[in-house]
Design a protein around this ligand. Structure first.
Ligand code: PDD
Length: 279
């Protein structure tokens, strides 16, 4: 039977309860991770746990568990879930305390984790590509932290959904940052470009895997700023995330991207990525 983990216990989802004074609920004061699991093996687990450490230190929270305890917790969670391919969700909040913005003096963090079946992106997304819209990136300036305070991302993704698009691609001061819940890669003049890793984007684990594959298989890559005009004249645009893997964008703001079909760089990277999922 599928069980979730809450503060030291494995229990059915419906029995998992936290106080309404939890700072995750009141302030969005927490961080999270989403880890894909293929054939019961979490993909790039150590990178996800490293990023969790980065997010925790960014919000000045100590990691309550040593790495070995994380590994066992995750292994147990994965065993409880009937499906072999899963999406793992981990969330830590600063804990429950009377409502006061500054950190409480003594507080026990809330640790929640669950696994659910991984739903692959629909096949026609891969064959035909998806639509995306662009929007000004109105998020804060610490987007490298994977925090649960996702209201801006929620609003931006909803803007895309309202227009029947799969993602909202964000522009800040004339430059591409990322998607509402994905990283964005573009191909301009045959070179695969990724915006530099900094505080304006999440260091995506899927992105890091895809960039490594590109380098390993001689796809020309560069990590450098991408202007709005670069984005708009890109031959290919693709999105990466742990949940959606790699998705080609074939229409941007109702204009075709390149020839309006998934391009050769996407096709190559997509097949290489499929090869590492179960490795
Ligand atoms: N989000 N950028 C943002 C803002 C994201 O929310 C995500 C993923 C990514 C891609 O990161 P990764 O490849 O490590 O999944 C980039 C997850 C899937 C989510 O919030 O559900």
């Amino acid at each position: 039977m599928s069980l979730v983990y809450l503060n030291g216990q494995f229990l059915p989802l419906e029995d998992a309860r936290i106080p309404v004074t939890d700072r995750g609920f009141i302030f969005g004061d927490g961080v999270y991770e989403v880890i894909p699991v293929y054939g019961r093996h979490p993909l790039a687990l150590e990178r996800h746990l490293d990023r969790l450490d980065h997010s925790l230190s960014g919000i000045r929270m100590e990691n309550p568990l040593p790495r070995s305890a994380w590994r066992s917790l995750i292994a147990e969670l994965v065993q409880h879930e009937p499906d072999n391919n899963q999406t793992l969700y981990i969330q830590l909040t600063r804990g429950s305390a009377p409502r006061e913005h500054a950190f409480p003096r003594e507080v026990t963090p809330t640790l929640f984790a669950m696994a659910k079946p991984l739903v692959p992106p629909p096949a026609h997304w891969l064959h035909e590509g998806v639509q995306a819209i662009t929007h000004a990136d109105f998020r804060w300036l610490q987007c490298d932290l994977k925090t649960t305070a996702l209201l801006a991302n929620v609003l931006l993704r909803q803007k895309a959904a309202d227009q029947g698009a799969a993602e909202c691609i964000l522009l800040r001061d004339g430059y591409l940052t990322e998607g509402a819940a994905s990283n964005v890669l573009v191909v301009v003049d045959g070179v695969l470009l990724s915006p530099p890793e900094n505080h304006l984007i999440l260091s995506g684990i899927t992105l890091s895997l895809v960039m490594e594959l590109a380098r390993q298989y001689q796809v020309p890559v560069e990590e450098r700023p991408v202007t709005e005009s670069g984005l708009r004249r890109a031959e290919e645009i693709m999105l990466t995330s742990s949940v959606r893997e790699i998705i080609p964008v074939t229409r941007l703001d109702n204009q075709p991207v390149g020839n309006g079909k998934p391009g050769p760089v996407f096709t190559r990277l997509q097949s290489l990525y499929q090869g590492i999922k179960y490795a």
